[in-house]
Design a protein around this ligand. Sequence first.
Ligand SMILES: *Cc1c(COP(=O)(O)O)cnc(C)c1O
Length: 388
Amino acid sequence: MKRIYLDYAATTPTHPEVVEAMLPYFGEVFGNPSAIHSFGQEAKAAVEEARNKVADLIGAQAEEIVFTSSATEADNFAVKGVAFANEHKGNHIITSSIEHPAVIETCKFLERRGFLVTYLSVDEYGLVAPDDVKKAITDKTILISVMHANNEVGTIEPVAEIGKFAKEAGIYFHTDAVQTVGHIPVDVNELGVNLLSVSAHKFYGPKGVGALYIRKGTKLASFMHGGGQENRRRASTENVPDIVGLGKAVEISRREMKEEAERLTVLRDKLIAGLQERIDRVHLNGHSVFRLPNNVNISVDFIEGESMLLNLDLEGICVSTGSACSSSSLEPSHVLRAMGCSHERAHGSLRFTLGKWTTEEDIGRVLEVLPKIVARLRAMSPLFKSHV
Ligand SMILES: *Cc1c(COP(=O)(O)O)cnc(C)c1O
């Protein structure tokens, strides 16, 4: 049975060109980029080339890019870094209630250290209202962190509008752009951000490497202390192969992004329309227009997302409920709950995320298989029986 992977928001396969680009850096080009000799300088040149590529992709300057071990690290670095370096100015942080755990849990940690955090609510489509951000600002606010696009429901947030307020108020603004970088155009100046997080493995790069954009002049406390790497912002010997892989992934995305986003939007809309046609009482979660090109998140009344997921897996179709990070817990998605979904609707959710190797046939197969699974599960569901 051919397996169909529809969980690209959790991670993507590493592009074969990326793997190929990385290989020499496990072998002959093994030097430490901090070393003065030629082995070191070769490695350093590769790291700097990757830095230029990342900077170029998001409209930044190379000196403003710091490589990290992941986007989780980049999010931690941005939020804690601003908090600890600007404590003397204030202790208030504004974020949204639909952020990735890398931001939410970091904020909760800071609350235990005496910081005050406002978690903004969102509307039924998962949108943060820029006006709510504005209203939440106090003279103690030092940071606003709102994600560029949500990883569960695919809603694209009005980050540029929030950026304008943040700039007017002179408050640092961070965005987690993990789901958009490499997929849709991202420009740090258009967005008006001081800090922006990137992860390689969400756009066909290797796992375990990310980057944080830090606008020149941003006061940020480091939390990796040691050598003077990364402009003294983050100590430790650079992960050269992974950084080269990230650079290659950026290069590929620049080449293919536009066409790929168009292709995926067509497949996405075909899947949404097909599911709505074939299954009754199915709801689209997230915004219909401000939406990532590859995200389909639905709730099916009367049955559980987990049961659909397991049955799809038996048919070789791999999807997710909520986010991968919380899929081992039985708590319903905090994102769907924040959007005002009932427990039942949150539990009945399923996320399909499409990518480079998703074909029209794959979508056809989902449309053939899922309605049968839903019918079978509903036939066994006491909720459904009491409804009919
Ligand atoms: C995957 C993801 C992260 C975490 O990225 P890692 O590089 O795996 O740590 C953070 N934010 C969002 C929105 C994500 O989708």
